[in-house]
Design a protein around this ligand. Structure first.
Ligand code: BG6
Length: 455
């Protein structure tokens, strides 16, 4: 059987592969059984084909997609040092159909592997998929982009951001662009503020090696939440094809600056101390194994941005994300301005209407002022809600389907990755300089006292 695509996973024996990538592949092959894939794993561990096949089979099975295993044309494993040009050349020469190279390895290894690839012949049409973080600041993101430019055309580079595959993120597009009641009012003239928040109940989950050097700002805001903001704020594109879509989202990021141009007043940071979330007792972040408390890594971050263009100037976009919070809550909240005049005779407050998207479970609410049931002249608040459903594919499956189809619409473009760092770099610098205090909050609380309550 000939495969349309060879998916070569570099770092196949690692945790990311079995935890995220293979279950997503299992789902994709279940929902799209027409796909013909040859799956190859390569990694530093001395596995044989049988061990690899068993890993794939078990990952599919545990995610509930056992039958998808039979849809794979063939699967083999090779032990390789992916930072060695000789090993890479050997891996790349063995393929069937188009090749997709997935770097499921830590960023430093991805960087070294990309540098090693410069001297290797890469088959035409090869797609490179890179996990976040993409660089650690604007300078390193630029350097990595410069290396990638020497390997394949930009449209074949997939900087992965699974939030771009989330059905709710994509729902923002339909609601805004396909409804006359929203499309014309989607601007500073009618919208007062936007909040994009992602609260997690998870703590460190044994990820100190990565997280303690990243922190909430780089882990969530620099990547995922700025991407969501770019989708919400983009100019209406003519199509949702790769070029139009990514031109529009990149233009938003280019226009984005920290609020008031002052990273110290536009940002907040905090770290959790010991506490309880439901039944779980969490130790203080600083006491977690592998954490260097002196690094002052934040587990909760907030950044207020402004998109300085005609459409958005003056509207605060508040991005907040944190760990060890009492409730998992991902939301995009668009608060409209109040009407200019409420006719005399209507009693009560008429705050601006609010459009709220929950990111998993996917749901949308529109909060409106209406006439009260008891006294028809008294204003009350009413909410119209809709469950938006899950989207057939989970976020990672959506991302993977783009990679296998070589359609980069839902991948981060090189310039966007650089811009996102350009936005947050001054904030990280202000934090390092001690211009913003590292506050504390007990795990399971809503965050430090005194932080603004989000709508
Ligand atoms: C990842 C972050 O990119 O996104 C994690 O590294 C975070 O820290 C995760 O927990 C959140 O996304 P999801 O889809 O798992 O809720």
């Amino acid at each position: 059987m000939s495969a349309e695509t060879t998916l070569l996973i570099l770092g196949a024996s690692g945790d990311l592969t079995s935890r995220l990538l293979l279950p997503a592949l299992g789902q994709l092959l279940t929902l799209e059984p027409h796909r013909r894939i040859r799956l190859r794993g390569a990694g530093i561990d001395d596995w044989d084909d049988a061990h690899w096949r068993e890993t794939v089979r078990r990952s599919f099975e545990s995610a509930g997609f056992a039958a998808a295993f039979d849809a794979i044309a063939e699967t083999t494993y090779q032990r390789a040092d992916i930072t060695d040009p000789g090993d890479l050349a050997r891996l790349l020469s063995d393929r069937d159909g188009r090749l997709a190279l997935y770097f499921a390895v830590p960023p430093a290894v991805t960087k070294a592997a990309c540098e090693a690839l410069v001297g290797v012949e890469i088959p035409e049409g090869t797609v490179l998929a890179l996990e976040k973080p993409f660089g650690v600041d604007e300078v390193t993101a630029r350097a990595l982009n410069a290396t990638l430019e020497r390997l394949v055309p930009e449209a074949q580079v997939f900087r992965i951001d699974h939030f771009l595959g989330r059905s709710t993120t994509l729902n923002l597009l339909g609601v805004r662009f396909a409804n006359r009641i929203f499309a014309p009012v989607w601007s500073a003239q009618h919208i007062e503020s936007v909040v994009i928040r992602y609260d997690e109940t998870l703590g460190l989950e044994g990820r100190a090696g990565y997280y303690d050097r990243a922190g909430a700002l780089a882990d969530m805001i620099q990547s995922h939440l700025l991407q969501v903001m770019a989708i919400l704020a983009m100019e209406p594109p003519a199509t949702l094809h790769e070029r139009d879509f990514r031109d529009a989202t990149s233009a938003v990021l280019r226009a984005t600056h920290v609020w008031g141009g002052d990273p110290a007043t536009a940002s907040r940071r905090a770290r959790y101390t010991a506490g309880t979330i439901g039944e779980r007792q969490l130790p203080s972040y600083a006491d977690e194994p592998g954490v260097d408390a002196a690094r002052q890594t934040e587990t909760l971050a907030e950044l207020v941005c402004e998109v300085r263009n005609e459409r958005w100037r003056g509207v605060p976009f508040t991005l907040r994300s944190g760990k060890a919070l009492p409730e998992k809550k991902g939301e995009v909240v668009v608060t409209f301005r109040r009407v200019n005049h409420v006719p005399e005779g209507l009693v009560g407050q008429a705050p601006g209407s609010v459009l709220r998207f929950s990111l998993g479970p996917d749901h949308m609410d529109l909060e409106l002022n209406v006439n009260g049931g008891d006294d028809p002249f008294e204003l009350e608040r009413a909410t119209i809600g809709a469950d938006l459903g899950e989207g057939a594919l989970k976020a990672y499956g959506e991302v993977l389907s783009g990679i296998l189809d070589a359609d980069a619409t839902l991948a981060v473009r090189g310039d966007a990755a650089e811009e996102s760092w350009r936005i947050v770099d001054p904030v990280l610098a202000a934090w390092r300089a001690g211009e913003v205090p590292l506050e504390e909050y007990p795990a399971g609380s809503l965050g430090p006292e005194g932080w603004p309550v989000l709508p």
